[in-house]
Design a protein around this ligand. Structure first.
Ligand code: AMP
Ligand code: ZN
Length: 110
């Protein structure tokens, strides 16, 4: 966990503009955007996979998804968006701290 880039962003050790933050998670822009708008919603608690969630993580994730729907307009996503969560090697997960990709701002490929 000490080497985790998202934990370091959470702690302010690596600077990143937090577009939204509450006690459960924060939202930043993806450094390598795959759509016109590409954000990451990052739970503050460190875990890699859904399979490693505690009951508290599980409850928080539901609240985080609901909150994403509430802040979507302020992120320029009033016309819809796509959520992606990569899990493990076959998904080519590269940061091993669970995060939700939020893509939008344009018509995404099917
Ligand atoms: P994943 O492949 O699902 O693990 O996604 C990790 C994402 O984190 C990639 O889309 C990267 O572009 C993004 N990323 C890595 N480092 C940073 C950073 N310092 N700030 C913002 N996004 C980052
Ligand atoms: Zn972490």
């Amino acid at each position: 966990m000490n080497d985790c880039i998202f934990c370091k962003i959470n702690q302010g050790i690596i600077p990143s503009e937090k577009l939204y933050e509450d006690d459960m998670f924060f939202v930043i822009r993806d450094i390598n955007p795959k759509a016109k708008l590409h954000y990451l919603a990052i739970p503050k608690n460190h875990y890699k996979l859904f399979s490693q969630m505690t009951e508290n993580d599980q409850a928080n994730l539901g609240k985080i998804i609901k909150k994403i729907s509430e802040i979507a307009p302020s992120l320029g996503l009033s016309n819809g968006y796509r959520l992606i969560v990569n899990q493990g090697e076959d998904a080519v997960q590269t940061v091993f701290h669970l995060h939700i990709h939020i893509l939008g701002g344009e018509r995404l490929p099917v």
